[in-house]
Design a protein around this ligand. Structure first.
Ligand SMILES: [Zn+2]
Length: 288
């Protein structure tokens, strides 16, 4: 088991070193980072199996309606993504469905609700976009939405920073020094403002309020989950391309059906819309 831990550590460091150089990567380097990220979740799974330390809570999904299995594939990848990094303080069920609108709303998310210790998040995708979106576009959108369900925008998060400046307070920075550099979005509509990293400063990061084509994930997006009450299982050593992270877990079968079956994935309560994607449009547009 020690040998396995060492291999994981070494691969992590190697991937970090390749990416940390601050220049564009050669195709060979990109391939190497991809291979490492594909290997890491599997090696960790082996480690968990050997150590017997299994997580109790997980992120899982329920499909209400779909288009050629696209949402299901996206949901599996998005759940695998978060289950790789975080054990949530309560299990999360993402309830997924479709709607059809000629407008430019790609997807809409509703206020989460809680029942019997399980948190439910509801996301609906516009079939107009679902049709042409790649698997990673869909999974990336869902990873962002699950990020909200895990706490981006909710009470514990809002206690960490000053709402006028978006800067994190001393206590938060002491608990997680990387927050010194971070700023929360203070512009935009109600679903965007105070619920994301600042768009101007962090542009293509996963948890900024505007969807971009080639996004990345900063280590702090995973690390802050600890301050939001969750257990961080794996940290991200450096800023990493979101596509690489999604590809790494997209081929892994959802391994935790047994635990997911113990949850009431069907529980449903009607709640109001929380955000539209893209975030920069008024909420009423979702009804068109
Ligand atoms: Zn958002």
């Amino acid at each position: 088991m020690e040998a396995l831990k060492r291999i994981i550590e070494e691969l992590n460091q190697e991937a970090a070193q390749i990416q940390i150089q601050g220049r564009g990567l050669s195709p060979g380097e990109v391939r190497r980072v991809r291979v490492i990220h594909e290997a890491l979740p599997r090696l960790r799974e082996a480690l968990v199996l050997l150590s017997g330390e299994t997580s109790v809570n997980l992120v899982t999904y329920k499909i209400v309606s779909d288009m050629a299995g696209k949402l299901k594939r996206g949901a599996r990848t998005a759940c695998n993504f978060w289950n790789r990094f975080v054990e949530p303080s309560s299990s999360i069920v993402i309830r997924l469905g479709t709607f059809t609108s000629k407008g430019n709303t790609i997807a809409r998310a509703y206020y989460p609700y809680e029942e019997a210790g399980v948190v439910y998040g509801r996301v609906e995708f516009n079939t107009k976009y679902l049709e042409n979106y790649t698997d990673n576009d869909i999974a990336g959108t869902l990873v962002h939405e699950i990020g909200h369900t895990l706490g981006f925008g909710w009470d514990d998060w809002r206690e960490l920073f000053h709402t006028d400046t978006g800067k994190f307070d001393a206590e938060a920075v002491e608990a997680l020094p990387a927050l010194e550099e971070m700023v929360v979005e203070t512009d935009g509509g109600p679903g965007t403002r105070l619920s994301h990293w600042d768009e101007y400063t962090f542009d293509k990061e996963l948890m900024t309020g505007y969807k971009d084509l080639r996004e990345h994930v900063l280590p702090v997006t995973v690390d802050i989950m600890r301050l939001l009450g969750h257990r961080v299982i794996e940290t991200l050593p450096v800023k990493t391309d979101l596509n690489i992270l999604l590809d790494a877990v997209s081929q892994i079968a959802f391994a935790r059906h047994g635990e997911a079956r113990a949850l009431d994935v069907d529980y449903f309560r009607e709640t109001a819309i929380w955000e539209n994607i893209p975030h920069d449009q008024p909420l009423q547009a979702a009804a068109t």
